[in-house]
Design a protein around this ligand. Structure first.
Ligand code: NAP
Ligand code: ZN
Length: 349
């Protein structure tokens, strides 16, 4: 065991503050990573403030990790010292169940989340990426394409895969009309990825001020969702809508924009249940689904796709000392479009 620097929250109402945590010594198949950047996902805020329930304190959030390999276990074959790597929302799974065998580790009943999951090595719970280093089994470590800027790569590990996976699954390809609801961390990645896949992309935003940015990053049209006339123009026309909203909102307004057999997939995870009107689905044989990050092979596929298309997140790089202020801004939808923490700042914490 060794000590690592981190930022943790002591309770649902406490601000994040500097802390020291234990990391395990490497097993044969482990990779030790010096964390260079970690994105701030809205899930971190939901978890730290215990909005979904189940938080165990102290909690060290962070599941959009990029860094450099500093050490490898004796049986590690995938990575070597100095490699640029990423870690997302998962650090382990049983590897034997049907979900794991079919590449869906995110649905494994024994999956270990990067933070706040039981830690089979040290007891207690796992600690995430708001830290200077982490030890992860090589199966859950991803290769980062060398041409991409690391601060902007970090958010791909959650926001990227969470939008890539359903866009692929529901066929966001040329000739399809795809909506993205909410231009935050997930939403802006959804726009970039759907554009690169060739779809016609329409952004729905509550923030009039994000219109120009939406067009710049690849939207073909932008709808200010508070404006009923603009919404009306798109009635019954979408093949697919990806809903990334983190708070309570009316999803019927979006279901009604779907064409026949259209699908709306929720990736946003508001703590309160959403109300669905039966007729929003019955008319047009529409469907409503959810999606949870993506498997490890698909995450690598997404990173390689981003490498090929030169896609990274638009980030505001901040020192860790500004993390609490960043959370407050996240709640106001005031981030362009992901905070990425420069972990070098932890040295002076
Ligand atoms: P974010 O950066 O805060 O973006 C959410 C966006 O939703 C905001 O920027 C805003 O966009 C819109 N929005 C916020 N409040 C709204 C409201 N009351 N009504 C309508 N629109 C609103 O958050 P994020 O990191 O992208 O995460 C979004 C959600 O996805 C969170 O709930 C998070 O926990 C969840 N998530 C799920 C998965 C998964 O695997 N399913 C993975 C990661 C995150 P505009 O300003 O454009 O309106
Ligand atoms: Zn996330």
């Amino acid at each position: 065991m060794y000590n690592a620097k981190a930022y943790s929250a002591a309770s649902a109402t406490a601000p994040l503050a500097a802390d020291s945590i234990e990391r395990r010594d490497l097993t044969e198949t482990d990779v030790q990573i010096e964390i260079l950047f970690c994105g701030i996902c809205h899930s971190d805020l939901h978890m730290v403030r215990d909005e979904w329930g189940g938080a165990v304190y102290p909690i060290v959030p962070g599941h959009e990790i990029v860094g450099r390999v500093t050490q490898v276990g004796s049986a590690v074959t995938k990575f070597k010292f100095g490699d640029q790597v990423g870690v997302g929302c998962m650090v382990d799974s049983d590897g034997t169940c049907r979900q794991c065998k079919e590449g869906f580790e995110q649905f494994c009943p024994n999956m270990t989340l990067t933070y706040n999951s039981p830690d089979k090595h040290l007891g207690g719970v796992t600690y995430g990426g708001y830290s200077d280093s982490v030890v992860v089994d090589q199966r859950f470590v991803l290769r980062v394409p060398p041409n991409l800027d690391l601060a902007g790569v970090a958010p791909l590990l959650c926001a990227g895969i969470t939008t890539y996976s359903p866009l692929r699954h529901w066929g966001a390809i040329e000739g399809k009309k795809v909506g993205v609801v909410g231009l935050g961390g997930l939403g802006h990645m959804g726009v970039k990825l759907a554009h690169a896949m060739g779809a016609h992309v329409v952004v729905f935003t509550t923030s009039e001020g994000k219109k120009e940015d939406a067009l710049r990053i690849g939207a073909h049209e932008v709808v200010v969702s508070r404006n009923p006339d603009e919404m009306q123009q798109h009635m019954g026309s979408f093949d697919f809508i990806l809903d990334t909203v983190a708070a309570d909102h009316d999803i019927n307004a979006y279901l009604n924009l779907l064409a026949r057999d259209g699908n709306l997939t929720l990736v946003g995870a508001p703590p309160k249940p959403l109300e669905v009107a039966a007729f929003s689905l019955i008319i047009g044989r529409r469907s409503l689904s959810g999606s949870n990050i993506g498997g490890i092979a698909e995450t690598q596929e997404m990173l390689d796709f981003c490498g090929e298309h030169n896609i990274t997140a638009d980030v505001e790089v901040i020192p860790i000392q500004q993390v609490n202020e960043a959370y407050d801004r996240l709640l106001k939808s005031d981030v362009k479009y992901r905070f990425s923490i420069d972990m070098a700042s932890l040295k002076s914490a």
